[in-house]
Design a protein. Structure first.
Ligand code: ATP
Ligand code: MG
Length: 500
């Protein structure tokens, strides 16, 4: 321990016993009994000091990995070259890493080499931010050479350990980590640290899309996503991996909106519960508005921005390497975010078709988005518009009828179709099933075995004659998918107060 540095006791023995699982304490004890130093480090120390239960436990020691492996019966050599051994305990895995420093980062991401060292202070100095550069020993004493405790609890700031410029140049992922910790822990980024983000933002291109995605997801689902996104705009971080969103900056809308497209997106995210797909959909729902803007008689319109936006969303999320399931869900929500507007003269069949298009499992999410969208417009009272409320009532009514909204709700299945039509498996089965659904969406009374079997026979004969079967009518907006983005007004949509 460095001379003259006192180590305050920040957790009493009782608190330690209560907050640190026995299995983790035993790992520290086993190392100490063997004559080594052992500390809790990183995120778990931060969380203990904030009085939050840590998600995982990291231990730092001066014992070399081989010595650590010899001390514990169940270990996994996670990253021996970097000094990390995972000790498997009954309380879960504990990562034990040898004190180390990192040398030269020529690729702005990974150290060229690591070197084991004898002192915890040296190990802490390689860590990114002061709040992450604290260590706690088994007696509850804190090693805090950079003022992390005060930064965490008093100044409430994310501050780089050492010179921010060089720390960001070493590892560009830290640029996003700074924003992420600020967003998750509700801290400010220290001005000097913040000043070094912008000039180094372009180094983010050295970071893999997957790492960017993981940090971005945590930022988007954090408790202060709007502020974090604004910081990422101002520091040019967003320009590196999501420039499409910046197209909305300063794009004024129309009488229905108080804010520009960008601010509206931030407010939408902030008013959505912290689930990744919902938050991404809120962030991206109007991403195509700038590209769809047309001015007619002095009025600004964004025709079909949900269609263009769905395409844009897919390409953005693919680039960021989101899993297909996440992408499909977000794209669907963006594509459908205008659907909960009541349209004039909607028949019950049209309402059933709408439910079919949205998918029952997406209805609640769409409603959540609709509410966030409305709040984020800045000048509309009430959680939902009259039009939306009327549509929801009609949806409730068709749902209560126990109608069919998908192939699985039909009174017959593919086997029945093959048997009745006398055909084998093939595309004709699907075509007939879809045609049956169309018939049932028009008239739910047809959803009985005998009625559908009659229809199957009719459709099979029609197919034999080479005739086409009923198919879903294209939506007005669908035309825009193949044609240009800004086609023309969508007739018949009611409650214009609530969209554009
Ligand atoms: P969380 O687990 O909530 O993301 P954490 O602080 O535990 O937070 P990890 O990524 O698990 O973050 O890393 C553990 C510790 O390792 C950090 O607290 C920090 O001390 C150090 N660390 C992690 N990544 C970096 C990095 N890119 N540069 C410097 N130090 C880092
Ligand atoms: Mg961690």
């Amino acid at each position: 321990m460095a001379v003259g540095v006192s180590r305050p006791q920040v957790l009493c023995p009782d608190c330690l016993r209560r907050r640190v699982p026995a299995a983790v304490r035993r790992v520290l004890g086993t190392l100490e009994d063997a004559g080594w130093q052992a500390y809790l480090v990183g995120g778990c120390v931060r969380d203990l000091l904030r009085d939050v239960g840590p998600k995982d436990w990291d231990v730092a020691t001066d014992a070399r990995p081989e010595a650590v492996m010899a001390l514990f019966p169940r270990v996994r050599p996670t990253g021996i070259a970097h000094g990390t051994v995972t000790v498997l305990t009954r309380g879960g895995p504990v990562e034990v890493t040898t004190f180390r420093v990192e040398e030269a980062y020529t690729d702005h991401r990974h150290p060229d080499a690591v070197r084991f060292v004898a002192e915890i202070e040296a190990d802490l100095s390689r860590r990114d931010f002061t709040i992450n550069a604290m260590a706690l020993d088994s007696g509850g004493r804190l090693v805090d050479p950079f003022g992390g405790l005060e930064d965490l609890l008093i100044h409430r700031r994310v501050r780089a350990v050492g010179d921010p410029e060089s720390r960001f140049r070493e590892d560009a992922l830290r640029l996003l980590r700074a924003v992420r910790f600020a967003a998750e822990l509700d801290l400010e980024i220290d001005p000097q640290t913040l000043a070094a983000v912008g000039p180094n933002a372009s180094l983010l291109t050295h970071v893999s899309a997957e790492r960017v995605r993981d940090e971005f997801s945590r930022i988007v689902t954090s408790r202060a996503p709007g502020r974090a996104l604004e910081v990422m705009r101002q520091t040019d971080l967003l320009a590196q991996f999501l420039p499409e969103l910046l197209e909305g900056v300063g794009v004024e809308q129309n009488i229905h909106h108080r804010y520009d497209v960008w601010t509206h997106a931030l407010l939408s995210v902030a008013n959505t519960p912290p689930r990744l797909e919902l938050r991404l959909a809120a962030l991206l729902h109007d991403v195509a508005k700038p590209r769809c803007l047309v001015v007619e008689n002095g009025e600004r319109h964004f025709y079909h921005h949900e269609v263009v936006g769905a395409h844009l969303t897919r390409s953005v999320l693919r680039r960021l390497r989101y899993p297909t399931a996440v992408i499909d869900r977000v794209v669907h929500l963006v594509r459908r975010h205008m659907d909960l507007h009541h349209q004039r003269d909607m028949s019950d069949a049209a309402v059933r078709r709408l439910v079919r298009r949205i998918g029952l499992e997406h209805l609640d999410d769409l409603l959540v988005l609709r509410r966030a969208d409305r709040i984020a417009s800045g000048n509309k009272p009430g959680a939902v518009s009259r039009g939306t409320r009327r549509l929801l009532e009609r949806i409730d009514r068709v749902l209560a009828e126990d109608a069919a909204f998908g192939l699985k709700d039909l009174a017959v299945d593919g086997h029945d179709v093959m048997r009745v039509a006398g055909i084998g498996p093939g595309p004709a089965v699907g075509r007939i099933l879809n045609a049956l659904l169309e018939a049932v969406l028009d008239d739910p009374g047809l959803n009985t075995r005998p009625a559908l079997e009659d229809l199957v026979r009719q459709y099979a004969r029609a197919l034999e004659r080479g005739e086409a079967l009923p198919r879903p009518a294209p939506e007005p907006a669908e035309a825009a998918e193949s044609a240009t983005a800004a086609a023309g007004p969508d007739p018949g949509r009611e409650g214009r107060d609530d969209h554009a």
